[in-house]
Design a protein. Structure first.
Length: 282
């Protein structure tokens, strides 16, 4: 059975628009999805990212959480016949407040997988409010429980295999330890890319305020340089058939361009075709 990716809908977040795309609609609020992912078709289920702990914790960032009963991780997994105890690995693109808030819903027999550099970054104070105390404390409990936490060093080792068809790779953007999760599907490589991309339209399809060809727009929320952010986006576009961010619908990629958008499964049907834009000198 080929590997597939199912979207887990953890609810929405309301936040300031330029947080997502640098310089866009400063001071205006935008509502975005918050997804996790379930990888099926292997020996056991794998979850990528677990959402935010509760609505109240988002207020610590001046944001509004909109997560309800149906968005709870147990209910989202149940839609696919999976219980938290069935999950062998929980992988993290990174550990921000909206990505690692429900790790404690999984037993210690489930191994949480992350880049070592990301846990170090989470306690560096560089993006302090985005790494809330209860989430990081739980990871420290896992650190001292045999088999409950697994570190990778993909910034040094390069891409590593988790199970056949699933590999982990350093993102090189957003946070110092962000990680991409590559999944080999029947239709090509799909990459869960965390927050390296927040918004396909305004960062990639028609990049806001960018005039150079193939120049992506960066987010308003990152701890590495803009050069590294742009390079990481270009690398994603060049290397995968499908890209799955946490806060936008998945995209199908051809020749480093977004050509279509998908919905709740990858591979899956194209729900929106994106016209190719060609630019010619006057």
């Amino acid at each position: 059975m080929a590997l597939e990716i199912k979207l887990l809908d953890y609810g929405d977040i309301e936040l300031e628009s330029s947080f997502l795309v640098l310089g866009r609609d400063c001071g205006r609020t935008r509502r975005v999805y918050t997804y996790g992912f379930l990888i099926t078709g292997g020996r056991y289920p794998i979850v990528v990212d677990t959402g935010y702990r509760d609505n109240a914790i988002m207020e610590t960032l001046g944001m509004r959480g909109l997560s309800f009963h149906e968005n709870q991780i147990e209910n989202q997994l149940a839609r696919h016949g999976v219980k938290p105890g069935d999950v062998r690995y929980v992988c993290h693109t990174h550990l921000h407040i909206d990505h690692a808030g429900k790790d404690d819903r999984f037993p210690m027999s489930t191994t949480v997988v992350l880049n070592r550099r990301e846990l170090e970054h989470s306690v560096s104070g560089l993006m302090h409010p985005q790494y809330p105390k209860p989430d990081i404390q739980h990871l420290i409990e896992r650190l001292h429980t045999p088999g409950a936490l697994r570190f990778e060093d993909t910034d040094l080792t390069g891409e590593v295999e988790l199970i056949p068809g699933v590999t982990l790779d350093w993102a090189g953007a957003h946070t110092e330890g962000s990680m991409n999760i590559h999944v080999e599907t029947a239709e090509g490589r799909a990459t869960i890319c965390g927050d390296v991309i927040y918004d396909f339209n305004d960062q990639v399809v028609t990049p806001l305020n960018e005039v150079n060809d193939h120049e992506p727009r960066v987010t308003g929320n990152h701890s590495v340089s803009k050069r590294e952010e742009k390079a990481a986006i270009k690398k994603l576009l060049a290397g995968s058939r499908f890209l799955l961010p946490i806060h936008d619908k998945p995209a199908r990629i051809e020749h480093a361009r977004v050509v279509g958008r998908l919905d709740l499964a990858v591979p899956g049907p194209i729900t929106q075709t994106v016209p190719r834009r060609e630019w010619f000198p006057a």
